[in-house]
Design a protein around this ligand. Structure first.
Ligand SMILES: [Zn+2]
Length: 139
């Protein structure tokens, strides 16, 4: 069974309680690392400048505090795996657990993945592929 490093946990701690609850369960079955929780103004505008985000501060869901978005990436053999296949597998796993927790009223938001922005369960029509991005949306 996996658990988060201190660095990952500290990033997760900047996120909304629903994201904290979700990834508490996710890490039990799928090793991953938390890359980003809350992003302040400088970090957000750097992410925008580097093409990692399409939004400038304060429009990203990472910019609120607590953060309404988290970036988490599968961790395999000591490395972060950002491949399209792993991102899609991981997103499906996270989404499944999120839906279950929502139905059990453990979390009160739905979760949207950066590999399926329009939430139509089709990753082939995703224009801005943001593997590892998960954000809370109102149900
Ligand atoms: Zn993100």
């Amino acid at each position: 069974m996996s658990n988060y490093s201190l660095a990952s946990q500290q990033k997760l701690d900047t996120c909304h309680p629903d994201l904290q609850a979700l990834f508490f369960y996710v890490i039990l079955g799928y090793d991953n690392t938390i890359v980003c929780g809350h992003r302040g103004e400088q970090e957000q505008n750097e992410a925008f400048a580097n093409g990692y985000s399409q939004l400038q501060f304060p429009q990203s869901k990472h910019n609120s505090y607590p953060s309404m978005a988290v970036d988490a990436v599968p961790y395999e053999n000591g490395h972060q795996d950002w491949s399209k296949t792993q991102s899609a597998n991981f997103a499906g796993y996270v989404k499944g657990i999120a839906d279950l927790l929502f139905r059990m009223s453990i979390i009160s938001h739905k979760v949207r993945c950066g590999v399926d922005w329009n939430m139509n369960m089709d990753i082939d029509d995703t224009k801005f592929w943001d593997g590892g991005h998960f954000e809370l949306v109102e149900p």
